[in-house]
Design a protein around this ligand. Structure first.
Ligand code: COA
Length: 201
């Protein structure tokens, strides 16, 4: 493990022409960040083995320990954690004002999805944030919106252009629509759910 600016970067990890400046960066073996990706304002970016962030992603968060906003949220964690073999493809917007966890072997696929952990709380008229959790072996379809507090269970698919605003719990399910709802159960035998390598050729 190389220690650079306090960052823990495995010698086989790679970063292209990108601006990556979280407070703490941990990159496991064969993890990869492509070109023209920006990552700023995070307390932690952790990428486990063979995880990937592609080109042209915008990953930002309102920093911790800044009392101008979110002062009522003690313990808020501006972080992005990718499990092993997880992938965020290209041109996505990931707001990590609160924790975003992407489970192992999950793909945030296509382009232009938005993961938004913060919003204005209209009842209180103040900024508020909640975590987003995506389980393992999930597939998030292109151009989807995931709001703070939402959760996609392990082994599930979010259909293209869906809006996830709840924490669902049932695994092996297709969720889709605006707002997303359970559409149909999925076979546990689907090859995507059983792969041993993240990248799909
Ligand atoms: C979800 C998806 C994978 C299709 O899965 P599938 O198992 O083949 O499901 P089906 O096409 O049989 O659809 C099942 C039902 O869900 C509905 N559905 C599927 N995708 C949907 C979506 N994105 N939004 C709303 N409803 C959707 C279908 O209309 C169908 O409804 P019906 O039973 O009333 O006719 C596909 O629709 C999708 O969204 N793909 C994502 C593509 C993408 O993001 N590509 C990025 C590059 S890798």
């Amino acid at each position: 493990m190389n220690l650079l600016f306090g960052y823990r970067i495995h010698p086989t990890a790679r970063i292209g022409f990108s601006v990556i400046c979280p407070k703490h960066l941990e990159m496991g073996p064969q993890s990869y960040i492509g070109n023209l990706t920006l990552c700023k304002g995070l307390e932690l970016l952790r990428m486990e083995e063979s995880s990937l962030i592609g080109n042209l992603n915008w990953i930002s968060g309102f920093p911790a320990n800044d009392d101008r906003f979110f002062s009522s949220e003690k313990g808020r964690r501006p972080e992005l954690i990718l499990g092993s073999n997880a992938a965020i493809t290209t041109r996505h917007y990931i707001d990590c004002t609160n924790s975003v966890i992407v489970g192992e072997f999950t793909t945030v696929a296509g382009a232009r999805s938005q993961l938004l952990t913060h919003s204005i709380d209209l009842y209180e008229s103040r900024q508020a944030s909640k975590p987003i959790t995506i389980g393992k072996y999930c597939f998030v379809g292109t151009a989807s919106i995931l709001l703070g507090g939402s959760a996609l269970p392990d082994y599930s698919v979010l259909g293209a252009s869906s809006m996830l605003n709840k924490a669902f719990a049932e695994t092996y399910f297709l969720y889709a629509g605006n707002p997303a709802s359970p559409v149909k159960s999925l076979s546990q035998d689907m090859a995507y759910f059983r792969r041993a390598k993240g990248f799909v050729h």
